[in-house]
Design a protein around this ligand. Sequence first.
Ligand code: NDP
Length: 277
Amino acid sequence: MQYVELPAGERVPALGQGTWHMGERRAERKAEVAALQAGLDQGLTLIDTAEMYGDGGAEEVVGKAITGRRDEVFLVSKVFPHNASRRGVAAACERSLRRLGTDRIDLYLLHWRGGASLGEAVAGFQDLQQAGKIRHWGVSNLDLADLEELWEVPGGRAVATNQLLYHLGERGIEWEIQPWLRQRAIPVMAYCPFGQGALLRHQELRAFAERHGITPAQAALAWLLDQGDVIAIPKTAHRERVAENRGALDIRLTEEQRAELEGLFPPPASRRPLAIV
Ligand code: NDP
């Protein structure tokens, strides 16, 4: 496994597992649990979920997958902005813990800014940390203005990550958000590393992958992992795809391959509003 260091010094797996759209259909739960467990068996022990996914159903799927092996897992979940008042965050966390079947979340994120007061959300996160219910907290989908506001909130500088839309086809964060975070040694957690699957159908990426004897999914992940301080959380509900995705950890991109990908998927040439899903 490759690891990324959080600002507090803890190392977490650079490649994890996403769970959006899991827990939505009863008939698929078994396969979803099996896929997550296959991931755990292969070292993909960071699992990302949220109270939003499947209306709590994804957290239940995760709870099932980690039964009896909670200590192997670095568990990430997220609170809705409308639940992120000081009191609301405590209640939301209790509900998530119940669905997850655990007594603690390792990293708890504000899912997006919405109408949340950052001061209240941070105070709520601090209460939860003191109570031992969460270990770290962070944010998601925060643009630079939000991050600068967070930085001035009491306790706001303890933010562990900003989870952002980031993949070869969507590199907007490289303009100013990623440099801001890098300066403060705060890792990016890259969501939708496959652009929800669309990137894997990109003709040029497919051709690149074929030229180099890897799959498009592996190319997309290897590019993210190559950066050293990015955590990628691909989602698959198919256990046979877990091994393929995990295979990205064995790939070391060469200078030539990096340059090829830069040419196919250029970095942003100007400031753009933060892209989100
Ligand atoms: P991804 O970019 O991870 O793509 C997932 C899609 O790719 C699914 O359709 C999946 O299908 C398919 N797929 C996975 N592996 C392969 C493979 N090897 N070959 C072909 N297809 C593959 O999209 P997500 O939106 O799921 O993003 C990842 C995670 O990030 C989410 O699950 C969630 O945890 C998080 N997220 C966070 C957001 C936020 O606002 N903070 C927003 C969006 C996502 P299948 O399952 O059928 O294999």
